[in-house]
Design a binder for this molecule. Structure first.
Ligand code: IMP
Ligand code: MG
Length: 195
């Protein structure tokens, strides 16, 4: 484990087990929707919110034995050594032509809820057949109240305390995304951070 990391909150094994469970329920629900709506099977679109959802999405889509396409959206909310969202800006083009698609937005973590509220709102304007949100981690409801962004998430991997975490795609100042577990950072490693 890298010296900057403090405690492991979620181990590799627990992540793998939970991602498989999330994939199984997502696949079941999407199949049910496709059958009910009589849509052709090429209607499923998975939209990871980059960069944090990269690792989670790579594992999750391999647990979905369905015909699907992947469209990306890049969002930036934590500039540099910040641990507090500074507002959401969409840093890429938004996926288009989502009308009548079954869309699954995948993100690493639900914190204030701003990111998913913005992305979900923009996607819903395109009249997709359905929109689901799937997050690996969720901080406690108190994290959302400050921003007042209550957003519906349909699948949650783990509820975690209101700590800043890294690993499995999550970063601090762009680093630690490759760490295979969810971990907290040592205080010394967050020097210069605001908030
Ligand atoms: P929200 O908009 O406040 O819900 O924040 C969501 C985004 O902020 C996530 O997609 C993450 O990229 C980032 N984020 C929130 N909490 C953490 C954390 O504890 N560690 C690393 N990134 C985080
Ligand atoms: Mg993110």
């Amino acid at each position: 484990m890298h010296l900057d990391l403090d405690k492991t909150l979620v181990s590799r094994e627990r992540i793998a087990t939970r991602v498989a469970e999330l994939g199984a329920s997502l696949a079941r629900d999407l199949e049910r929707d496709l059958t009910a709506s009589g849509h052709s099977p090429d209607q499923i679109v998975i939209i990871p919110v980059l960069t944090g959802a990269l690792v989670f999405t790579a594992d999750l889509i391999r647990c979905l034995p369905l015909k699907l396409s992947l469209r990306l959206v890049a969002v930036s909310s934590y500039p540099g050594k910040s641990m507090e969202s500074k507002g959401v800006s969409i840093a890429s083009e938004l996926p288009k032509d989502l009308a009548d698609k079954h869309v699954v937005i995948v993100d690493d973590i639900l914190d204030s809820g701003q990111t998913l509220a913005v992305v979900r709102g923009l996607i819903e304007k395109q009249n997709p057949a359905s929109v689901r949100c799937c997050v690996l981690l969720r901080k406690p409801p108190s994290a959302r109240k400050a921003g007042g962004h209550e957003v519906r998430v349909d699948y949650v991997g783990f509820d975690i305390p209101d700590d800043f975490v890294v690993g499995y795609g999550l970063d601090y100042d762009g680093f630690y995304r490759n760490h295979p577990e969810i971990a907290t950072l040592r205080k010394e490693a967050v020097g210069g951070a605001k908030g």
